[in-house]
Design a protein around this ligand. Structure first.
Ligand code: ADP
Length: 171
């Protein structure tokens, strides 16, 4: 049994994942993926990808601030902006896992195509795809953007205690 206890003692090396996305804004659905991911990984880095040709609802800085506010009390989750290829950012961070969420078969096809490209370009990085719990399947950043554009605060779809008004640029 010595072999076994040696394995148990030496097994703990920090296992981190990058959860990349636009997060414009981060929703309860994204939060559920982070929470499930924390059962597998020690730390999750939520990477907010800057897309030069896409002006969003929130600035990248404010998207990062919103995520940091949600996980203020959880040192296992950090939010960071990044530019360029997600795989390159993983390598810069020294992270070997990419975490993504899947709501339906449309997400499945999309996520699978990204995964196949990443597998070819970055064979050292493994994609982990988690299912969205049913209560969050209908939530998307684009629905929230539309509600906000119509003057609704979308509080029901946002993580607890987040008032989107505090993150809009004109505040
Ligand atoms: P991207 O523009 O890279 O698709 P998103 O911010 O839209 O970025 O999504 C980031 C990740 O979160 C993707 O893997 C997406 O499938 C997943 N996701 C989006 N909405 C939800 C949701 N309601 N529940 C769980 N996962 C979601």
């Amino acid at each position: 049994m010595t072999g076994c206890s040696t394995i148990l003692k030496s097994r703990h090396k920090m296992r981190d994942a990058l959860f990349p996305g636009s997060f414009d804004p981060f929703t309860m659905g994204h939060q559920s993926i982070v929470e499930q991911g924390l059962k597998i990984f020690d730390r999750i880095i939520v990477g907010v990808g800057a897309n030069a040709d896409k002006r969003g609802l929130l600035t990248v800085e404010n998207r990062v601030r919103l995520i940091a506010d949600i996980f203020r009390d959880n040192p296992r989750v950090v939010a960071m902006p990044y530019e360029g290829m997600t795989g390159d950012f993983c390598r810069t961070l020294g992270v070997g896992f990419l975490l993504r969420g899947m709501r339906n078969t449309v997400d499945y096809e999309y996520e699978r195509s990204i995964m196949l490209i990443n597998q070819r370009l970055y064979p050292d990085i493994t994609t982990v795809l988690l299912f969205t719990p049913p209560e969050y399947v209908a939530i998307s950043s684009s629905v929230i953007r539309e509600l906000v554009a119509m003057g609704h605060d979308a509080r029901e779809l946002m993580p607890a205690n987040i008032d989107i008004k505090n993150y809009l640029e004109s505040v």
